[in-house]
Design a protein around this ligand. Structure first.
Ligand code: GLN
Length: 314
């Protein structure tokens, strides 16, 4: 078998980055806002932070990118901390089988989104975190939480990306107002979405993201700081949601090929968790048909094969 102690993770991440080098630019960059459409697609970064606190990275792993939907994992963690299991009265835990921004299922299920990782579900989660706060305070709390998780005060939110989402996010406004009509949104759509667009506009590098996700690989405790973020049981449950719902209607395919809990974003990033082993972040802006990083998904499959990491046995 593969002994973690003997595995040369630096050689593995370097190998994967060099295999991706001739393919940079594959896929299609998200183009719904100019700030994402103008990103150079010829970039690839990979970072692995192990539960003993070492980071191995290669390629553009220190370049900050728009984490977009990956932020939904961290906002869910905050909401669970505030409201506990009561959040499940307002959002489900089933894969959607539809696109990330789909509205179709909401009417049949009375404004209760399928899961916290599609847009509708994430908007409800943000509404919960907003309770008792102004959007500015909720955004501040979110950013402080991320900096605490990554143990990095330099992380910021890209205001230009947030503003441009605000100006063009008509479908998110439709989702929010539709849920409000069913009584599943406590705050006006513009307040919730003002917060949601800022959380999506969080800018992080693969190195920072792999560190921020490390608590999920280490039974809820961040080994870099020693702080307990969530209980071991909650870490397992967040991982379960990432495995089943983290890649929209590509979640089954990601589980089949990579075999790890993961969450993707339209910025081309993916956070993947190897429980008990490591937190992994990959970024390459070109997306595949279901809106997940094309090279990023393949790189994670290579990494899973090379390391033997899988939640399904090795
Ligand atoms: N901000 C994007 C949106 O709400 C995030 C979507 C994503 O990363 N899939 O449309």
């Amino acid at each position: 078998g593969k002994d973690e102690g003997q595995m040369d993770l630096q050689a593995i991440v370097d190998d994967i980055a060099s295999m991706m080098a001739p393919r940079l630019g594959e896929g299609r960059v998200a183009d719904y806002i100019p700030e994402l459409a103008n990103i150079d697609p010829r970039q690839f970064g990979l970072a692995v932070t192990t539960v003993d606190g070492q980071t191995f990275h290669s390629g553009d792993a220190t370049t900050a990118f728009s984490v977009q939907s990956i932020s939904k994992v961290f906002m869910l963690t905050l909401a669970l901390g505030k409201a506990g299991e009561s959040i499940w009265k307002r959002v489900g835990r089933e894969p959607s089988g539809s696109a990330f921004n789909s509205i179709v299922q909401l009417e049949h299920e009375h404004g209760i989104p399928r899961n916290p990782f599609i847009n509708a579900g994430a908007i409800v989660i943000t509404d919960m975190v907003l309770a008792g706060h102004k959007p500015r305070e909720a955004i501040g709390e979110f950013l402080r939480f991320i900096r605490f998780l990554a143990d990095d005060e330099s992380i910021t939110i890209d205001e230009k990306v947030a503003r441009s989402e605000q100006a063009t996010g008509f479908r998110n406004f439709a989702l929010a107002n539709f849920m409000r009509s069913f009584g599943n949104l406590e705050h006006p759509a513009d307040l919730v979405l003002g917060t949601y667009f800022h959380q999506c506009a969080l800018a992080m590098s693969c190195v920072q993201l792999s560190r921020a996700g490390l608590f999920l690989a280490n039974r809820g405790t961040n080994p870099l700081t020693g702080f307990s973020v969530v209980s071991p049981k909650r870490a397992r449950r967040i991982n379960a949601l990432m495995l089943t719902c983290g890649h929209y209607d590509g979640s089954g395919d990601f589980a089949y090929h990579v075999g790890l809990p993961g969450k993707s974003g339209v910025g081309g990033g993916i956070l993947a968790i190897a429980p008990g082993k490591a937190s992994i972040a990959v970024w390459s802006p070109g997306l595949n048909k279901v809106g997940n990083s094309a090279l990023g998904s393949e790189a994670l499959e290579m990494l899973a094969i090379r390391t033997g990491w899988s939640v399904f046995g090795n």
